[in-house]
Design a protein around this ligand. Structure first.
Ligand code: SAM
Length: 312
């Protein structure tokens, strides 16, 4: 059985990137009146406690969401030669980052930041009355927690929790009834096969429904399969004649280091990316402003960086 539990990672730098992009896309898609169906193929538990055992053990939110939050409450001391990103932050946070912070804040009492919404709750919050959300979660414990969390929303038939494999389960829903869909695929990549399966799922989905917006989160770690994901998605999008965007955020070096006793220190997740097929036309400009700010605020060493490529 899987050992990955998103509760350890909730609010980390990868969530900041993923959820900022997700919110920006949903805001745009919601501008049209036609009903939208959103699929979250790897949903997780839905809601997380940042003061809970899991998050406190890993401390990952401290270098992600909480760091972003404290940077706006305590702006950096002025330096003689501020970077372009530092100057842009001083002029104001990018609207998509501010939107992300405001949305997370809306799950908390004023001034508190105990609760961190996962993608199911972020998406549900942004849906219109006629929109639908399909959540897939295969881990029995997380699926149970997700169902219980979703039940509290009393969202009725708007939100469905499916305890099944998201890569396969999505097939039966495409194309969606009103022919508008957003797919978020955020595997844990605990199984090596996930790297190939996520690309195969997007390829199959594009054949079933070519005009959907497809978003894939992937880790940028030193293993070839991880680098294959954006490379293969680029080829797929290009061959299908689709526009695409690829946004990456690096917060630190991926090199192994050693402590004083010579013990190897693994860096944890150094970087990740979001690949989007059929992105909203406004997304590139929004991320051009946001990514340098995220790299500046969340960067942990001189390797902090971002990239934003597009095509199609
Ligand atoms: N999307 C969530 C968010 O942003 O809040 C986080 C999801 S977490 C990275 C990945 C989740 O996928 C885990 O909860 C894991 O149990 C689940 N999972 C793993 N393989 C799966 C599969 N084939 N189908 C559905 N869920 C799966």
């Amino acid at each position: 059985m899987f050992s990955y539990r998103h509760a350890f990672h909730a609010g980390n730098h990868a969530d900041v990137l993923k959820h900022t992009v997700l919110i920006a896309i949903l805001r745009h898609l919601r501008q049209k009146d036609t009903a939208l169906t959103v699929f979250d193929t790897h949903a997780g538990a839905g809601l997380y406690r940042l003061d809970g055992e899991y998050a406190e053990t890993s401390g990952e939110a401290a270098n992600g969401f909480l760091k972003l939050l404290s940077s706006i409450n305590t702006p950096a001391a002025p330096t003689k030669k501020p970077s372009a990103a530092a100057k842009s932050i001083a002029a104001g946070l990018a609207p998509v980052i501010q939107d992300y912070l405001d949305l997370v804040a809306s799950f908390n009492n004023k001034g508190s930041h105990r609760v961190y919404p996962g993608s199911p709750f972020i998406i549900q919050r942004l849906l219109g009355e006629r929109d639908k959300l399909k959540l897939f979660e295969i881990h029995p414990t997380d699926a149970k927690t997700l169902s219980a969390n979703i039940a509290q929303l009393e969202a009725g038939r708007q939100v469905a929790v499916l305890r099944e494999d998201g890569f396969e389960g999505i097939k039966k829903f495409l194309p969606p009834p009103a022919r508008r869909a957003l797919v978020l695929s955020d595997p844990s990549y605990e199984i090596k096969n996930d790297y190939a399966r996520v690309v195969a799922m997007v390829a199959d989905s594009l054949l079933r429904f070519a005009t959907g917006t497809y978003t894939v989160w992937y880790p940028l770690i030193p293993r070839p399969e991880a680098h294959d994901v954006p490379r293969k998605l680029k080829t797929l999008a290009t061959k299908s004649g689709k526009k695409w965007l690829n946004a990456t955020l690096t917060v630190k070096s991926s090199k192994l280091t050693a402590d004083e006793a010579g013990e190897v220190i693994r860096p944890g997740l150094p970087a990740s990316g979001m690949f989007i097929i059929n992105p909203p036309h406004t997304l590139k400009a929004a991320l051009q402003l946001a990514l340098p700010q995220l790299a500046e605020i969340l960067g942990q060493d001189q390797h902090a960086a971002f990239t934003l490529e597009s095509g199609g």
